[in-house]
Write a protein that binds this ligand. Structure first.
Ligand code: 13P
Ligand code: SF4
Length: 372
């Protein structure tokens, strides 16, 4: 059998050789379990809810972004292996005690939304904003789905990070500290939370990254309460209001439960909205026979279906919405990183330069304090 060649990564570390891909699924799973047992409490595996079953089964702790960041900040194990995407592993590396090391089994596991907000574009936007209003009265709120440099940028300007589960509390905090909030990168999370907090949509404006002054006129810009970067999650954009209507016609008792990265039209039409942990809890706590159409990543929806055979759980969309970067973390990568660790080599370690780390930690810690 020919083994698929692995594309070059931006890691300087070697990738698993083709021999890893020649193993059967059972061999991967057996060898991962054996390595994990061998490494014992030196290692903790954190798994985000969007991971595939063959990876999440090895997670010692499963969670949403907030839960995993919190766990990483107090983890005892020397090595934290992060089964998730880069920004999550980076937050873990920032929050973990300095002697800990954080590994991401495939460094190409990024986030397309995070990539929509590079630091230089934010710096440029901030400079332009400063020409029309006092930016010392604008509080940057950065969704954790972003690079460490953005978190540092926010901290240096009195700002903070948020996750999907605490965005409401964090935005309240931010509005008390300035005249306006600059929210990024996800315009929909910002919009959905602002609506829930009762902000008039006319006080919001989308900052279009590639247009002068964000595509807004100076007068309008000076009076807005909430500026939203024009980023979005391509996975959650797969859900539409027509999907909600479809399920309501098909099954009148169904409840529509969505992630707040969905379009505001979808969130408005849904029965409930929340983080991945909230979605799991709502389905788990519902009585047998409950029916749910869930608007989030397909691996989580399929798992909910499998774990609750007494309930009807389906994806809101007829087309599976898969997060291709979460999906990069697969058993051969997990096995390779564990084999290397057992041989005394730490591969794919997440590193953040000290200056950025300190500032980004401040933004993350502010968030944790607001939400404790
Ligand atoms: P949660 O924090 O709700 O797990 O969301 C993370 C994420 O990336 C959703 O797309
Ligand atoms: Fe990023 Fe969307 Fe994937 Fe979440 S689901 S990691 S926001 S691309």
């Amino acid at each position: 059998m020919n083994s698929p060649a692995l594309p070059a990564s931006f890691s300087s570390e070697p990738h698993p050789g083709s021999s890893y891909f020649d193993l059967s699924r059972d061999e991967w799973l057996e060898r991962i379990a054996a390595r994990k047992a061998q490494l014992g409490d030196q290692l903790v595996i954190l798994g985000h809810h969007y991971q595939v079953d063959d990876v999440i089964r090895f997670a010692d702790v499963r969670g949403d972004s907030l839960g995993l960041a919190r766990y990483a900040s107090t983890a005892d194990a020397q090595t934290i292996l992060f089964a998730g995407v880069h920004f999550m592993a980076e937050s873990a590396a920032i929050l973990a005690r300095p002697e800990k090391r954080v590994i991401l089994p495939d460094l190409r596991a990024g986030c397309s939304m995070a990539d929509m907000a590079p630091l230089d574009e934010l710096e440029q936007a901030w400079q332009e904003l400063a020409t029309v209003r006092d930016v010392t009265r604008v509080v940057p709120v950065v969704y954790v789905n972003s690079a460490a440099s953005l978190k540092a940028f926010a901290a240096q300007r009195g700002g903070v990070t948020c996750t999907s589960s605490n965005a409401e509390q964090v935005l309240r905090w931010a509005f008390e500290r300035g005249d306006a909030v600059f929210f990024l990168p996800d315009q929909y999370l910002g919009r959905n939370v602002a609506r829930h907090l009762g902000y008039d949509p006319r006080t919001l404006a989308v900052w279009k990254r590639h247009e002068p002054l964000g595509g807004l006129d100076a007068e309008a810009l000076a009076s807005k309460k909430l500026l939203l970067w024009d980023g979005y999650c391509s996975v959650h954009m797969g859900f539409t209001r027509a999907h909600v209507e479809h399920w309501r016609n098909e099954r009148p008792d169904i409840r529509v439960l969505v992630h707040p990265e969905c379009h505001d039209d979808v969130v408005e039409a849904a029965d409930d909205v929340g983080s991945t942990a909230h979605i799991i809890q709502r389905v788990a706590q519902s009585p047998a026979g409950s029916e749910w159409a869930v608007g989030t990543e397909i691996n989580l929806v399929n798992r909910l279906q499998a774990e609750h055979p007494d309930k009807f759980v389906t994806s809101l969309s007829p087309y599976p919405c898969l997060c291709a970067t979460m999906y990069r973390i697969r058993p051969p990568y997990l096995l390779w990183t564990l084999d290397e660790l057992a041989a005394g080599r730490v591969v794919n370690r997440i590193k953040v330069d000290e200056q950025t780390k300190q500032a980004a930690r401040l933004a993350l810690q502010r968030m944790l304090e607001i939400t404790t």
